[in-house]
Write a protein that binds this ligand. Sequence first.
Ligand SMILES: *Cc1c(COP(=O)(O)O)cnc(C)c1O
Length: 359
Amino acid sequence: MIYVTKTFLPSIESYQLYLKRAWDKVWLTNRGELTLELEDKIKQKYSTTNLIITNNGTIPLQIALKLLGNQGDIITTPFSYVATTSAILWENCTPVFVDIHPEYLSIDETKIEAAITSKTTAILATHVFGNPCHVEEIERIAKKHNLAVIYDAAHCFGVTYNGTSIFNFGDVSTCSFHATKIFHTGEGGAMFCNDENLFQKLFYSHNFGHNGPLEFHGLGINAKISELQSAMGLAVFDELDFIFSERKKVVDFYLNHLDFTQISTIKIREKTQWNFSYFPVIFNSEEELLKVQNKLNESEIYPRRYFYPSLNTIDFVKGEAMPISESIASKILCLPLFVGLEKQDLEKITTIINTTVAC
Ligand SMILES: *Cc1c(COP(=O)(O)O)cnc(C)c1O
């Protein structure tokens, strides 16, 4: 059976070598040496701003919204994973959707200003499938209207834009290190932040608000990662070059073998060094998508409908109609993409798709 993704596992020996350090120190959490080393390695390799590794990729969104959202209206994208919207609701803020660009699939920056009101406090946009939003224009709008900018960069590990890590944009940028993501710690995530003041607030917020053992800076929660997870992260980190090059081969295969007169895929923004995180295919209709999905399933191939449904249509969300996002969500399918996906399987996948859409 072939699924949309398959968790990358480093050799168990390399994982054990890192784990042994936690054993030797008898230290399993509270920002131990493995966590600090992983933060440092990410910062060095990608020249990112300060970061804090967390226990998943959702809690950084909640912490950022807690500090910057002020229970106001948050301008956001309807085309993302549900966590982007649910974090807004969870923090007692209100999502205000702005439709997406039909090719880049990220929030349409030209429609943001019309959605801003006196209740708007922040913009929370997703670099969907690792494809950067129009960060310059979003920054301009945010400055003009005194809004905070939070990026859900869950898909963005390794992405650079205009020569710098995409994590360096926005007031806060978050990532997910979930087992299904391109770089992972099993469960995990991170928040990145340029501003020293805000960084300190994010830092104490992720550790119960502590200021030393007896005092508190303010309200906090527990978003700490364990050393067991950071050990996995360090072992995966050592394989990153291999992971990216293997994923690139799969993406190149799809680009060379799928019939793009019948279907389309995401358009990656200019000046982006992409990370091959997902391979979405957009069909002409939902009917065509379902036909292809059925054919693939018959061969035990299980792509995923990322992202469906459009988040504005979920019943607990109650957003306004978003025609482009709803249309794309109804006809987009993410194809299998992982290290170790065999050429013969790729041939099978592309042949099924090409022949099914042609008839
Ligand atoms: C995976 C994902 C998240 C949540 O990350 P977790 O680590 O699973 O909590 C948030 N936003 C997007 C866009 C995601 O794909």
